[in-house]
Design a binder for this molecule. Structure first.
Ligand code: CMC
Length: 379
């Protein structure tokens, strides 16, 4: 039988100038910049979004101009808001993002164009931020509220969700989360979106496809699942017995552990761990962090030899909880999507503008050989 590449492991589907990963050493570069250097330099998320879309870091006037384009997306139409609020408050937040982004696919006249793709993408970042704020508020039982321009996307977003001015520490954590989840080469969601835009469908439809793939528990959904698992354990004294019963026995996978590319500690997980420690843990009980730390210790002892280490989703949920986002309705995955939408669009633009070809793989047929068709009443 002809061989297949299960899970498309190690298949290169495009070239990129955006992100590269050394999975053995645990290094992540955004267009040549190490993720730790970007975070330590206190870069603004908008600077890195610009880097992904335009290829270089912006100077101050380029950044101002870019931020205005993002802010133009904050005001979304009523029908996009209704695509969220018409659904039950118990709805999955990522599915609500899909619904609202689909309203733009239905109504905006989008055509791939080198002269306008990047500016459109900047506006979509703003639209996605308002969509996400409305979706999260809907789950929290609050009326819709859109983002308004302020000093940063992180600040405007937290204000819109929580109806209060966030402090510096909170803005920094939200800003860093926007950067840490911004791109990661071609995981399942980016690949799903690339399949969509390879048909020359529009940018919004590509995002809807990517959101659908992100939603699953083996991808973006792992973030919420990891935090749920800490909550299920409930007390640091119960970690060892829970681990024995669920992970050592092979009954469950340890969520927030393991990665197709990293065979060591994910560098983003180290940064999220520090943020989880530093945040004033408003919404997150301190015990949750202690549970995670002990679970990490046991997990590495048991699975480390197989190259299975904490990934970015292990501590990020505690950071989101610390910011006050409730652990429900897949909200944490919706926050992941808000960051990742920039990476998705940057990959779509690279692919459509410079290396476009319809993605159409093959399947190896293993079914019956030719046989006579028997009509229904003769079967
Ligand atoms: N806990 C326990 N065992 C694991 C885990 C885990 N988290 N991850 C992998 N394994 C084992 C798996 O059981 C299998 O063992 P065996 O060979 O004995 O059957 C082996 O490792 C290989 O697993 P695989 O599923 O074939 O490997 P993969 O490259 O497809 O795994 C993964 C990648 C992310 C799907 C997997 O590690 C996993 O399920 N992790 C838990 C979910 C998670 O945290 N996902 C977030 C990924 S990172 C952020 C993102 O992309 O969204």
């Amino acid at each position: 039988m002809e061989s297949i590449s299960r899970g498309l492991e190690d298949v290169n589907i495009k070239w990129t100038r955006l992100t590269t990963i050394d999975g053995e050493k645990g290094i992540l570069w955004y267009a040549g910049y190490r993720i730790e250097d970007i975070i330590n330099a206190k870069a603004k998320a908008e600077e890195i979004q610009y880097l992904f879309l335009y290829g270089n870091l912006p100077n101050r006037s380029q950044l101002d101009d870019f931020e205005k384009k993002v802010q133009q997306g904050y005001k979304i139409p009523d029908y996009s808001i209704k695509a969220i609020t018409a659904l039950p408050r118990t709805s999955d937040a990522v599915a609500l993002q899909m619904n609202a982004m689909a309203t733009f696919a239905a109504t905006e006249k989008f055509a791939w164009n080198k002269a306008t793709d990047r500016d459109t993408a900047a506006r979509i970042i703003g639209q996605m931020a308002s969509v996400t704020a409305v979706a999260i508020r809907h789950a929290m039982g609050k009326e819709p509220r859109l983002l308004e321009p302020s000093s940063s996307l992180a600040e405007s977003f937290l204000k819109a969700v929580f109806d209060r001015s966030p402090n510096e520490k909170e803005i920094e954590a939200m800003n860093d989360a926007l950067i840490l989840y911004l791109d990661h080469e071609v995981p399942a969601s980016t690949t799903a979106g690339l399949v969509v835009v390879s048909t020359l469908s529009d940018m919004y439809s590509g995002i809807v496809g990517a959101l659908a793939a992100l939603k699953g528990p083996l991808h973006g959904g792992a973030e919420e699942a990891a935090a749920m698992q800490f909550q299920e354990i409930g007390d640091p004294s119960k970690v060892d017995s829970w681990f024995q019963e669920n992970i050592k026995s092979g009954k469950k996978r340890l969520m927030g552990f393991g990665h197709r590319v990293y065979k060591t500690y994910d560098p983003r997980a180290k940064i999220f761990k520090r943020l989880a420690q530093e945040l004033n843990l408003k919404g997150a009980p301190k015990t949750l962090y202690e549970i995670a730390e002990r679970l990490e210790e046991l997990g590495i002892k048991e699975l480390g030899a197989k190259g299975i280490y904490p990934n970015t989703d292990f501590y990020s949920g505690i950071v989101y909880m610390g910011l006050g986002f409730p652990l429900q309705n897949n909200i944490y995955t919706a926050l992941f999507a808000l960051s990742r939408v920039t990476g998705w669009m940057a990959h779509f633009i690279e692919y459509v503008e410079e290396q476009h070809r319809l993605i159409r793989p093959r399947a190896v047929y293993v079914g019956p050989s030719e046989r006579p068709f028997v009509p229904l009443d003769k079967r």
